[in-house]
Ligand binder design. Structure first.
Ligand code: IPM
Ligand code: MG
Length: 364
């Protein structure tokens, strides 16, 4: 049996293409004896719906639960816009997050020096940017009950989503943020809307109390709307930002774009460590399935490859290899290689060429 089991869920659209580059990377690592990975593959999102009538099958859920790491591409596309809400492509991803109890979502936004010009902000604002957004992923308004639309019978309907957090959910995610801050800039911003929301009041109360256990890390409260504004005003003031599921969804897209392209950003979704120190984990690029460019071989595989680097780091303890893979990505960008999303109208290469270039650097 291989040392590390991977369960690949490419999903829909460009998810399939960028996952192809991970497959090549893993095959190479196995061949070179740099790792010992087994690979199994499943369906999620629209592709699972087409085959099973569900956004992920029970069989694939079992495989995901059993794997050391799930590597996820992207889900969704116009083809499935009209499928029932319960089986829409996103439901597969949300079920994976919930059933695997992946409460900690790490979304680093790093501006590669070579790409500072591709950002929508001025170079001096983003050059050297290194933010880590820690997003709560299994609670809040994404999963709170009730969640429904009721017909009021008078031509009106009433829609309810429920934002709900308990102390332990806030405590454990804020601790993840502080532990990570200790390994980097030693600064945590906690973003909520305590000026409007009860869940924000509790969020801040718990965050403040966790902060007292980390006197070596600077702690700042920030209102989520102000956080959005500061991200585009002066993003380098941030080191680690911890926030709830919905604010994290929004703020991480904003942070991602600062770096030049959504096509660059990886993420890790982690569960709590068990008695043996092993944690369930899913790794996925922050970008979506990009139906407009799907199937054309032009998608940027960097976010997917960088997500695999996070798997090497957080699931397999292969830190040196993870560092080397990330350095290979940076080196390829330094050489001037660009996919369409970061080419700014200049010359660009396709998915496979970019993937091959990264692999070549890694092998060098
Ligand atoms: C993300 C995505 C998902 C989310 C969607 C696809 C359900 O936007 O991972 O940020 O809202 O969490
Ligand atoms: Mg999102």
């Amino acid at each position: 049996m291989a040392t590390h089991s991977l369960f690949l869920l490419p999903g829909d659209g460009i998810g399939v293409e960028v996952m192809g580059e991970v497959e090549k990377l893993v095959a190479w690592l196995n061949k070179e004896g740099k790792g010992d990975f087994s690979i199994d593959r499943g369906l999620v999102g629209g592709s699972a719906y087409d085959k099973h009538g569900a956004a992920i099958s029970e069989d694939d859920m079992r495989k995901a639960l059993a794997a050391d790491a799930v590597i996820f591409g992207a889900v969704g596309g116009p083809k499935w816009d009209k499928v029932p809400y319960e089986v829409r492509p996103e439901a597969g991803l949300l079920r994976l997050r919930k059933d695997l109890q992946l409460f900690a979502n790490l979304r680093p936004a790093i501006c590669y020096p070579a790409l500072a010009e591709a950002s929508s902000l001025k170079r001096e604002l983003v050059e050297g940017l290194d933010i880590l957004i820690v997003r709560e992923l299994t609670g809040g308004v994404y999963f709170g009950e009730p969640k429904e639309i009721t017909d009021l019978g008078n031509g009106q309907k009433r829609a309810v989503d429920t934002q709900v957090y308990e102390t332990y959910e806030i405590d454990r995610i804020v601790r993840v943020a502080f532990d990570l801050a200790r390994t980097r800039g030693k600064k945590v911003h906690s973003a909520d809307k305590k000026n409007v929301m009860k869940s924000g009041v509790l969020w801040d109360e718990v965050a403040q109390s966790v902060a007292r256990d980390y006197s070596d890390v600077a702690f700042h409260h920030i209102l989520a709307d102000n956080a959005a504004m500061q991200l585009v005003r002066n993003p380098k003031q941030f080191d680690v930002m911890v926030t709830d599921n919905l604010f994290g969804d929004i703020l991480s897209d904003a942070a991602a774009m600062l770096t030049g392209s959504l096509g660059m950003l990886p993420s890790a979704s982690l569960g709590a460590p068990d008695a043996n120190g092993r944690r369930k984990a899913l790794y996925e690029p922050v970008h979506g399935s990009a139906p407009d460019i799907a199937g054309k071989g032009v998608a940027n595989p960097i976010a997917m490859l960088a997500s695999f680097a996070m798997a090497l780091r957080y699931s397999f303890g292969l830190i040196e290899l993870a560092n080397k893979l990330e350095a290979s990505i940076a080196a390829v960008l330094d050489d001037g290689l660009r996919t369409g999303d970061i080419a700014q109208g200049g010359k660009s290469v396709g998915t496979e060429e970019m993937g091959a270039a990264v692999l070549k650097k890694l092998a060098a």
